[in-house]
Design a protein around this ligand. Structure first.
Ligand code: HEM
Length: 407
């Protein structure tokens, strides 16, 4: 909607810069057309008090619907991450050796079709080196694991794309939300392509390598990292549309708390990414003691690869060491954040978010240590991976509670 030029300038540049009358906020609040404009841009939910007819979209109700959709999508992405983790931990990820968007949706149905699928798998290094005594029924198990991960991925794609089209056509999305929804849909497609790019790295013959066939740890980290970005972006956008804004004390302390919370959230994200390197290199199996690594606080093969930089991404000892340090730094930062927050009079919901984050951080570290001590059993490792999603979700919740309130 086009506003009169003077009002648009007032909203965008701050009324005070163009006029010496009452503050620009007062002007905006008393002008229904201006408030409608803010509602449409998603900067205000004040539909009814703005005197805007509730049928005008987008409005607070449609924002809530879009918010719920995005939170449901983030739940589906979380499901895909968990399923992907279990697929990797059961060593099922390399069982489907090609990729067809539509054709592969129908699983083999006859004995002959299963035999043919098994024959294809037998041409690749995982069967030749690791699974040469595998039976057809064992193959069916790993095949169905990978199949369910891929089919779930398709469902996630539809869950983003179809409602985007629907909401777009119904006018539920303002300009910012249109860009956001398009970005998220693009990201889902990218995520699928990245998944296949990762699987391909595990299917290649590597005659010069004595290692067991596995996907590249770089590609695994990229695949998990981009799933986490999609998850966080959907959850953040959904929560900011759904959570009623709370009044925070307007003090310097809040600005510090917000900055601190952003840094801590970033650290948790980095720890999760470093976990993907641990998983990708099976680095959870090199030192299975805690707090020391074997008999050492700092193992002597920590920097044994050359050049030094290579150790951080390819040396299992260094990768495990880094993950321990990052995990412990994350829990320390979260503890410090919560202690700092105690000094500030915060609303109850924000405090609940902070306390939940703190409890989850200790649980996640406990899970990580147990995963290590018990030599990475699938149920514990999968729970530890899901724990990282829970921790990230709580960090996002804290950030959403502390977000700047549009005045
Ligand atoms: C804030 C704390 C932590 C976070 C967010 C975190 C996150 C993660 C993530 C995302 C993975 C990858 C899982 C996968 O893709 O399957 C992982 C793997 C792992 N983490 Fe952590 N972690 C944390 C702390 C720790 C600690 C303190 C330890 C042990 C001292 C630990 C031990 C492990 C091990 C052994 C694995 C490999 C499991 C496997 O091979 O699947 N983690 N972590």
């Amino acid at each position: 909607m086009l506003l009169p030029l003077n009002l648009r300038t007032a909203v965008l540049c701050g009324y005070r810069t163009v006029c010496h009358g009452p503050s620009w906020r007062t002007v905006v609040q008393h002008n229904p057309r201006c408030r409608l404009w803010l509602v449409r841009r998603g900067q205000s939910n004040a539909v009814s008090e703005a005197g805007v007819h509730p049928a005008t979209v987008p409005n607070a109700t449609t924002n809530r619907i879009v918010g719920r959709w995005l939170i449901a999508c983030s739940g589906m992405v979380a499901g895909a991450v968990v399923l992907g983790g279990v697929t990797r931990l059961t060593e099922s990820g390399l069982s489907m050796v090609d990729w067809h968007l539509i054709k592969e949706m129908k699983p083999p149905s006859s004995q002959a079709e299963w035999e043919a699928e098994f024959q294809k798998y037998q041409q690749f290094p995982e069967f030749k080196i690791l699974n040469h005594s595998m039976t057809l029924s064992e193959f069916k198990f790993i095949w169905y694991m990978e199949y369910s991960h891929r089919m779930w991925g398709r469902l996630v794609g539809l869950a983003y794309i179809l409602p985007t089209v629907y909401f777009w056509r119904r006018g539920y999305l303002n300009r910012g939300m249109k860009a956001c929804a398009l970005g998220l849909c693009g990201f889902v497609v990218f995520q699928g392509l990245l998944g296949w790019y990762m699987v391909k790295s595990g299917l290649e013959e590597k005659p010069e390598s004595y290692d067991v066939p596995r996907v590249s740890q770089y590609r695994l980290t990229a695949h998990l990292g981009s799933a986490l970005v999609l998850y966080c972006a959907s959850l953040w956008t959904g929560l900011t549309l759904m959570l009623p804004q709370q009044k925070l004390p307007n003090a310097q302390q809040i600005a510090w708390l917000r900055r601190f919370a952003h840094g801590t959230g970033g650290l948790v994200f980095l720890t999760a990414l470093s976990g993907a390197f641990v998983a990708g290199l099976d680095a959870g199996l090199v030192y299975n003691s805690f707090p020391k690594m074997g008999n050492y606080w700092i193992p002597d093969d920590l920097l044994s690869f050359s050049p030094t930089l290579k150790n951080f991404f390819e040396n299992p000892t260094t990768v495990q060491f880094d993950h321990r340090i990052l995990g412990i730094s994350s829990v320390t930062a979260i503890t410090a954040l919560c202690l700092y927050a105690r000094r500030i009079p915060l609303p109850g919901r924000t405090r609940l978010a902070l306390n939940s984050l703190l409890a989850m951080a200790y649980m996640q570290v406990g899970l990580g240590i147990c995963t290590l001590l018990f030599y990475v059993p699938t149920p514990l490792a999968a729970t530890h991976q899901s724990g990282s999603l829970a921790l990230l979700s709580l960090a996002i919740w804290v950030l959403a509670e502390l977000r700047k309130v549009a005045k």
